[in-house]
Design a protein around this ligand. Structure first.
Ligand SMILES: CC(=O)N[C@@H](C)C(=O)N[C@@H](C)C(=O)O
Length: 833
């Protein structure tokens, strides 16, 4: 080899030639352009102080790839109606960074904003109450009172009472005392955390709620008093005082708390959902079948000056979603129903209080009719001014739609446009108008403003205006690539109708087909399969799928029978038939587009995660000549192995045995059960697989533990099938962190010179409760004053999880400050993982 050339040879990652590396570089650049498109997580509308128009805040997120996290920020806008029936949104010039904020909840009047910051370590949880101009109050709740406030969208619940004096919320209960020991053996009495020459035992193992809840303590109910000390005249409350709500069984996990409508009584009720741990906590993420009940608990009324003049009831009933179809059948998700409880105005609640059905479970819908309710949450204020119409989003076959529901008459209307195949999602209400987003697989989201066409004549038609916004702006390249695409929703007739036990199971299912507009020769096809199996691929914009279609792949996104949004009978046709009915539906959908000449049959690939990975691996085994490649994220490959390790062993029973699965479920599967599971699994067909397959595996996945994917991938390798595994050591089932390893390994010396520290910061240091430091990942993170007092304390950046050793001593600093010798704090970031 010519040594002069050898010196200039570019180092390439293993297995890459130069051309491939260039292609990777340009594809990853394009992927970043797609990934950078922002999404709206939440929105709130407030009355304008001037009384004219309104103001809205949008909580937006954008992936922060370097930090392996989401960046969160808030953008405000003022909304004014124009004389020509148009609406004008005047956006603030820049958003405000919200990193470190776990939850924001406006008060009912809109005059206060609660901001909660959960700690990453053992520090207190911070509650801040903001007015329009400043921070009004700040409370720091120590770990001895409770741990992090739940912000998971499941147990999560934060509710201001009507006079804004109390905030009820769900947080992790405090850690129980652990037995402690010293050189004499067991120490009697509770030992302090940092007592030297002693150590703590593990204590009893406690069951958790599975995937996503590892290390989380039981969710419990608390209330915080948020009024001025001076306006208090009721003993148990002090400003900033937290009470654990009494009268709730210790074993109950609580969530989704709200204050009931105020009643003319000294007591107020908190209404919440309670999940029992009996016989044990099975995984709850994506699992609506975990039995739960609504509870009401009396809370002694705190009386403030404000409360006396403001006891007008502002609500007459409680409306709730039920997942009874899911609980009864044992499937993890199914068709919802909606119910109403008329709340007794005298506060005399009894256990026989009537529950009124508003929307029942729809078993089978006629063509084009309402297929049933599929809605996992409500807006915090979903009501129109008539007090009985609520606005919500729900799945309607492959689309998400906006519904208006009259909770007195039960009338359900689809009010978002029905003709385009776009998906719609309601964000918030502006009085009797709706702020929503609408998108398609090839159209980035667009904000829409919905108005009732003619309120006076009580017609129910809605008019939707386009709102221009900076939020979904994307690069010119992305816009141009998307403009060359088209999509449609295809109806796929069921093949073996005679095998169908119900009418709903015989109805056609759907596939979303995305392709290039100029289709001289059909593009290679990617078949995309959702998991669950009872979830759905919506016709909304997906950054990763839009990226794939922009690269020149057609997409066939199949909503096989069993998907949400198609009625209960179609959904219930799948349990017991996984690995056959769903596999055949996908093959039918592929044949359908091949017969129409839309795809090249020799260039078909398939991808899917979880149950979608189950289908992917089944398909490459059962139809080995159909697919040229496959990709599977945390796939279910061997149910007989998964049942012993997953957080949802009951899922294995229900999906592979059908309705009988719920009754025969046991923690000790028999040999017969294991044989049955094996017979339903992709691993049964492994000897037929030919397609090169990539596996993306999360090592911390509790749902479909990594061992199952590894076993299958190794078995493929053993058979000479081209196989690639990418393991994400710190990631869980969903694999949402882009980087395979979130620990930064560089040793970074951040010792700063005095010039790097803002003098203003230095001067107010003594008054600060927490100090903000820039992490090398670009995010700011806070170190509390307590942490700073201890030299060499290790803190962790909440964004990138880098460990930071703070070598700094506050007393030292104070001394030097008084001697006018301002030596800057020394900081050093190291990887201690
Ligand atoms: C209920 C459940 O989690 N099932 C898994 C096997 C699954 O398919 N999960 C879906 C939701 C996923 O995409 O991860």
């Amino acid at each position: 080899m010519d040594s002069s050339k050898a010196g200039t040879v570019k180092e390439l990652p293993v297995g890459l030639d130069e051309a491939t590396e260039e292609e990777y570089a340009s594809q990853s650049k394009l992927l970043q352009e797609f990934t950078n498109i922002s999404s709206i997580d939440k929105a709130w509308v407030f009355k304008s102080e001037s009384g004219i128009g309104s103001q809205a805040m949008f909580l937006i997120s954008q992936p922060n790839l370097l930090a392996n996290k989401k960046r969160k920020f808030m953008l405000s806008t003022s909304i004014s109606k124009e004389s020509n029936n148009n609406v004008n949104f005047q956006w603030a010039p820049f958003p405000v960074e919200m990193t470190g904020v776990s939850i924001t909840v406006p008060s009912p009047s809109g005059s206060k904003l609660l901001v909660i910051r959960n700690p990453e370590n053992e520090s207190p949880t911070q509650f801040e109450i903001w007015s329009s101009s400043r921070l009004e109050k700040e409370f720091r709740i120590p770990q001895s009172t409770h741990g992090s406030v739940y912000a998971d969208g499941w147990f999560e619940g934060i509710s201001w009472n009507s006079d804004e004096s109390l905030i009820a919320y769900v947080a992790e209960e405090p850690s129980p005392c652990k037995p402690s020991f010293d050189c004499q053996g067991y120490k009697q009495g509770a030992a302090k955390d940092k007592e030297c020459m002693s150590w703590k035992g593990q204590g009893d193992w406690e069951e958790e709620w599975g995937e996503c809840y590892a290390g989380k303590r039981q969710p419990a109910l608390f209330s915080l008093c948020a009024v001025e000390e001076s306006s208090l005249n009721f003993p148990p409350y002090h400003s900033g005082k937290v009470h654990a709500v009494k009268g709730i069984a210790k074993s109950l996990s609580v969530g989704q708390v709200v204050w009931a409508p105020p009643v003319e009584s000294i007591d107020q009720y908190l209404v919440f959902v309670g999940w029992s741990a009996d016989p044990r906590k099975l995984g709850i993420k994506y699992c609506y079948n975990r039995p739960c009940a609504l509870y009401a608990v009396k809370v002694p009324l705190y009386k403030s000056e404000a409360a006396e003049s403001d006891l007008n009831p502002d609500g007459k009933f409680i409306v709730f979603l039920s997942a009874i179809a899911s609980v009864d059948s044992g499937v993890h998700s199914a068709t919802d129903s909606l119910h109403r409880i008329d709340w007794p105005t005298d506060g005399k609640l009894c256990s026989s209080t009537k529950i009124i059905d508003v929307i029942p479970v729809v078993n089978c819908a006629e063509d084009g009719q309402f297929p049933g309710l599929y809605c996992s949450s409500f807006l915090s204020k979903p009501w129109l001014s008539d007090g009985c119409t609520m606005i919500l989003s729900s799945y309607w076959r492959s689309c998400q739609v906006i519904l208006s529901v009259n909770v007195l008459s039960g009338e359900v209307l689809r009010i978002s446009a029905a003709d385009s195949g776009f998906s719609w999602n309601v964000l918030t209400l502006d009085g009797d108008n709706i702020i929503a987003v609408c998108s398609s697989p090839i159209d980035v989201p667009q904000i829409k403003y919905g108005c009732l066409v003619d309120k006076a004549t009580n017609t129910t038609a809605w008019h939707w205006l386009n709102v221009s916004s900076p939020i979904f702006k994307c690069s010119e390249k992305v816009t141009s690539l998307l403009s060359h695409l088209q999509f449609g929703i295809t109806q796929i007739p069921v093949k073996d109708v005679s095998d169908c036990l119900t009418k709903g199971a015989a109805q056609s299912f759907e596939a979303i087909f995305v392709s290039s507009k100029v289709n001289n020769a059909p593009d290679p096809l990617i078949v995309v399969l959702h998991g669950g199996p009872h979830s759905v691929s919506l016709s909304s914009f997906s950054k990763s799928l839009a990226f794939l279609s922009s690269l020149g792949f057609s997409l066939l996104i199949v909503n096989y029978r069993g998907s949400l949004g198609f009625g209960e009978e179609a959904l219930q046709s799948l349990p017991g038939k996984i690995g056959s009915q769903d596999v055949n539906d996908v093959l039918t959908a592929i044949d359908h587009v091949i017969e129409k000449g839309l795809v090249n049959p020799s260039k078909i690939t398939v991808l899917g995660g979880s149950h979608g990975g189950f289908l992917t691996t089944h398909l490459i085994g059962q139809a080995p000549d159909k697919f040229v490649a496959a990709a599977a994220r945390n796939p279910v490959c061997n149910l007989s192995a998964m049942v012993a390790t997953t957080d949802i062993p009951d899922w294995c029973y229900v999906e592979s045995y059908g309705s009988k699965g719920k009754t025969i479920f046991t923690e000790a599967p028999s040999a017969e059960h294991l044989t049955h599971f094996y017979s339903k699994s992709p691993i049964l067909h492994i000897s037929k697989v030919k397609a090169p397959t990539i596996f993306l595996l999360g090592a911390q996945d509790l749902r479909v533990p990594v061992s199952g994917g590894l076993q299958y991938a190794r078995a493929l390798k053993e058979r000479g099938v081209e196989t690639k595994i990418i393991l994400f050591p710190n990631d869980i089932h969903a694999i949402e962190r882009g980087q395979p390893n979130k620990h930064i390994t560089a040793l970074i010396n951040l010792t700063m010179s005095c010039d790097d520290v803002e003098i203003e910061d230095m001067q107010c240091y003594e008054e600060l409760q927490a100090y903000t430091y820039p992490c090398p990942c670009g995010d700011l993170f806070q170190i509390t004053k307590e942490e700073l007092k201890i030299s060499e304390e290790i803190a962790r950046c909440p964004s990138c999880s880098l460990y930071i050793t703070v070598i700094y001593n506050a007393e030292d600093f104070a001394d030097k400050k008084s001697n006018n010798n301002l030596e800057p704090p020394k900081r050093q970031a190291v990887d201690v993982a």
